[in-house]
Design a protein around this ligand. Structure first.
Ligand code: DQA
Length: 146
């Protein structure tokens, strides 16, 4: 199955949004880097962003039903959303939680994640590379194509 990369609120603003924290790469740049790496592996990529919690709930359910691995940057919903936690558990989705920034080095309200207890693992603090590292972790658990 395709790798599903799901992005939450405000990540559409990446590149322009607080560049000192999040860097200057756009979400499209991240998508392009992931497309390239998926291409090398012969794996297809579903890449989505929404500012709406319900969209993310539905997409997690969809990926879970397809048995597709999920790389999830839930943005601020990470710190608030029991609904996303329940979606991951309920859909039995295999989720790798990612963050561009090192949330643990930031405000205390970013230290708690509702995603982490339901996630396979967490990668934070490496900018766009957080997504690429998560993708490598997915590949480790997927059979190689050739
Ligand atoms: C983020 C960290 C969150 O705390 C923040 O609300 C975001 C982005 C990150 O990728 O570093 O929107 O998930």
């Amino acid at each position: 199955p395709a790798v599903h990369v799901l992005n939450g609120p405000n990540l559409n603003l990446l590149g322009a949004r607080e560049p000192a924290i999040y860097g200057t790469a756009t979400l499209d740049d991240i998508r392009a880097a992931l497309e390239k790496r998926c291409g090398e592996r012969g794996v297809s990529l579903v890449f989505r962003q929404s500012n709406h919690e319900g969209d993310l709930v539905s997409w997690i359910q969809e990926a879970g039903a397809a048995g597709a691995p999920v790389i999830l940057n839930a943005g601020a919903l990470t710190h608030t959303s029991i609904a996303l936690h329940d979606a991951i558990k309920g859909a039995q989705a295999v989720v790798i939680e990612v963050h561009l920034s090192n949330v643990h080095a930031r405000e205390s309200f970013r230290h708690h994640s509702y995603i982490s207890p339901a996630a396979r693992g967490v990668i934070a603090g490496f900018g766009p590379m957080s997504y690429l590292l998560a993708l490598e972790a997915v590949f480790e658990n997927e059979p190689k194509k050739s």
